[in-house]
Design a protein around this ligand. Sequence first.
Ligand code: PLP
Length: 393
Amino acid sequence: MNPEKLREDFPIFQEREELVYLDSAATSQKPEQVINALQSFYSKNNANVGRGLYELAGDANKKFRESRKKVADFINARTDEIVFVNNTTEAVNLLAHSLELEGNIVVSEIAHHSEQLPWRRKAEEENLELEYIPTENGEFDMDAAEEIIDEETALVTISHVSNVTGSEHPLEEIVELAHRNDALVMVDGAQSVPRMKTDVKELDADFLVFSGHKMLGPTGIGVLYGKKDLLESMEPYKVGGGMIRSVKKDEVKYEEVPEKFEAGTPNVAGAVGLSAAIEHLENVGMKKIEKHDRKLCRKMKEGLSGIEGVKVLAPEEDTYVVSFTTDFAHPHDVAEILNQNSVAVRAGHHCTQPLMESLDISGTTRASPYLYNTEKDVEKLVEAVKEVKRTFS
Ligand SMILES: Cc1ncc(COP(=O)(O)O)c(C=O)c1O
């Protein structure tokens, strides 16, 4: 894989030659293939979907259908198991609203707020017990999970890859443990789907949620995957046009899945853009992207750990993002000096305040690479952190 060459597809790196973009866990940059797909859709195919009888509407329908198929194939699902939503956050809210549960909900302390808050609200509103799997030095604790997940558990929610430590969680074991106890599993794939080959059949999770904008796609399009029988058993969380079979004054019949969950005009262009993003990722190769991201994170950890006063918050194993704290500057100050060196990173609690609380820190600085980052970018990051140290010492 040649990231120098891959960068040429991303107009932002031509506009901002100095930019070292290491905030892809927040959102990825967009290749011209995706930007062009959006422009082409609006220039040539734009019409509303599911309604019009004219040729142009047929074209828009076809594009929308093909995009759903592209997403389904990408994660080895059926097309009627793919619900288009705005983002990961909306997918979790949809599920928490529509899934009927009898029993406890288990979330992890490491979960992003978007993964945990909808379930917390459901637990409060429906008087369900909610339990947290604790972390051990910021790492998911499988032994604790074994104790907490039991026959009282109705649902377990877990991210595949942490957006703070970048570590991969033992999904196979968690899914097996949950299913052994007749519990459902929702996997937050916001960080994993963009950088790892994901196969929902192999994973056997009941639900998977992810966002298009973190995987080269546009903002405003995300995906809820659910096993078909489960989606069919759920009531829609929003109702309106586009999701009904018939409406009489005294009776409403809903469409089949997935349309049942897509009331209102969907983000058709977003779906088309996501499809182009998937094509781009597949052309590069998911295995190569995964290997590349892991390699850059290893290099980052090596470089950053070599600076006295820097503590990298990462396990021994390979990670997909790198978070660190320093004993010489607040994460916001680190990010500001890095910014002055054209290095874009994220600083703060990363929407994981319970995790920060358990680590007894207010936040970290996080660097997250993607396919367009080079080893030179990592070197610039490490040099810039050395400058932070010089500035604050
Ligand atoms: C692990 C994880 N889950 C959920 C989200 C929420 O994603 P979105 O803001 O696209 O809904 C994020 C975003 O950073 C994330 O990293």
